[in-house]
Design a protein around this ligand. Structure first.
Ligand SMILES: Cc1cc2nc3c(=O)[nH]c(=O)nc-3n(C[C@H](O)[C@H](O)[C@H](O)COP(=O)(O)OP(=O)(O)OC[C@H]3O[C@@H](n4cnc5c(N)ncnc54)[C@H](O)[C@@H]3O)c2cc1C
Length: 403
């Protein structure tokens, strides 16, 4: 179900719907290079080759027009020219390699035209092909165990909605997937990952030990569920059940749906977490509900009601159950009715035509996804069980995100 994607460098600009106060993606200026240097930067090899070819031609001409008596002198001149040509090629090749190395380790200053001269084109950015060191620009602590990690991409890159990026702990060569919280439509040079630290977790601990300015190896993006504007057009309603950090997968889809001028897709979300403080982006979600009251509905649930008097809790309490989902999510297929009848009965064709096309997305820790929809299994296509299964949802109406 994963779709590999390459970073598109087409620069789109869009205004973010909401800019969270804790993590404002900064507006980064794109790099500007002198026009003359840009040509050579794109053709460093051909430039050097031209130089070397013309030098070789000159040497050949000298040697063929020379007499045997002058042969030793011509040979010395030819040797000097060849030596100089070889030296300049060698130095050029060395600087080129050095620049490549500095560029790939993120040390290269993007404003230094000397290094640009030897670069092969646009700076390296995220790709599925290989690990790329990406600079960790900013860390914002959201809760004692969860932080928002903001990365600066070396070149503009569009990360598709609802995709994953792999992060590598290069000490133990372990990698884990993380979902960028916002699409890069508004700012193509910044990626934000929300990562919860697990006390026994390898990569999450590595990330929480990382420092601002550090280079982190990344690979991707890989599309998990197609949630771009064009993809969303096929749906009338999307139900979402997020558990804890699972909300990261849904934030870009919600933005994508709410900013689509071509089709109004209704979104309903149950966001369940252990405690109110782990309802990440709640401020942003509440703002979006107020702004799009006819298109977005959000309910919250926490495992345990807060005991401190300062926190007034009006949401659900307990694990996800039918009562929390009934009336919030798009109805299961067997319950979609036209004139009070089930769409699965009677003259189904006519009724299906009018039935709204909907899907329910589930994303969160494995235990929560299993409880809500049953195990994904190796194929990710196991029959729907759990709470949604009991409510009558079928496999084609539910998508369980990998965890
Ligand atoms: C497509 C995809 C997207 C993801 N996006 C995010 C994201 O945006 N943010 C995020 O924080 N995570 C995300 N994850 C989960 C992430 O990939 C890691 O699994 C998680 O960070 C734990 O990795 P780890 O190496 O620290 O722990 P591991 O070394 O893999 O696990 C060690 C121990 O940590 C505990 N543990 C690990 N994961 C969990 C969990 N989910 N719930 C409870 N206990 C756990 C368990 O006790 C486990 O035995 C995503 C996973 C996938 C597949």
């Amino acid at each position: 179900m994963f779709r590999l994607s390459t970073c598109s460098r087409a620069a789109k600009s869009a205004t973010p719907l909401f800019t969270p106060s804790t993590a404002t993606p900064s507006a980064l200026t794109s790099r500007i290079r002198p026009a003359q240097l840009r040509f050579y930067a794109k053709h460093p090899k051909s430039h050097l080759q031209q130089q070397s070819q013309s030098t070789t031609q000159k040497t050949t001409f000298n040697s063929t027009t020379s007499t045997t008596a002058r042969a030793p002198k011509t040979s010395t001149t030819s040797n000097i020219i060849t030596f100089l040509a070889a030296s300049s090629l060698g130095i050029g090749a060395y600087l080129y390699q050095w620049n490549q190395h500095r560029s790939s380790s993120g040390v290269l200053s993007s404003s230094n035209p000397f290094f640009d001269f030897f670069s092969t084109g646009p700076a390296e950015t995220l790709t599925t092909e290989k690990w790329t060191p990406i600079q960790l620009k900013k860390i914002t602590k959201l809760t004692p165990h969860t932080s928002l990690f903001e990365f600066h991409l070396p070149a503009p890159c569009t990360i598709p909605i609802s995709s994953a990026i792999y992060v590598k702990d290069d000490q133990i060569q372990a990698m884990r997937a993380y979902t960028p919280v916002h699409s890069t439509e508004a700012d193509q040079e910044t990626v934000q990952l929300l990562i919860k630290r697990y006390s026994e977790g390898q990569v999450s601990r590595f990330m929480h030990d990382a420092r601002e300015g550090q280079m982190i190896e990344m690979r991707g993006p890989v599309v998990i569920w197609p949630g771009g504007k064009e993809d969303l057009k096929q749906w009338d309603e999307i139900g979402m059940i997020a558990g804890g950090t699972g909300i990261t997968a849904f934030m870009p889809i919600i933005h994508s749906a709410l900013t689509n001028p071509d089709k109004k897709v209704n979104i309903s979300l149950l966001f369940a977490s252990q405690s109110p403080e782990e309802l990440y982006f709640k401020e942003e979600l509440d703002y979006l509900v107020k702004t799009f009251p006819h298109q977005l509905r959000v309910s919250y649930a926490v495992d345990r009601a807060p005991t401190d008097a300062a926190t007034q809790w009006e949401g659900h309490v307990g694990f996800v159950n039918q009562a929390m989902l009934q009336g919030l999510l798009p109805a299961p297929k067997k319950a979609i009715t036209q004139g009070g009848e089930s769409a699965d009965q009677g003259n189904g064709e006519n009724k299906e035509k009018h039935a709204k096309k909907s899907i329910v997305l589930v994303c969160g820790p494995e235990s929560m996804v299993n409880h809500v929809a049953g195990t994904r299994g190796m194929s990710g296509q196991e029959p729907i069980r759990g709470v949604l299964g009991a409510m009558g949802y079928q496999r084609e109406q539910v998508f369980r995100f990998p965890n």
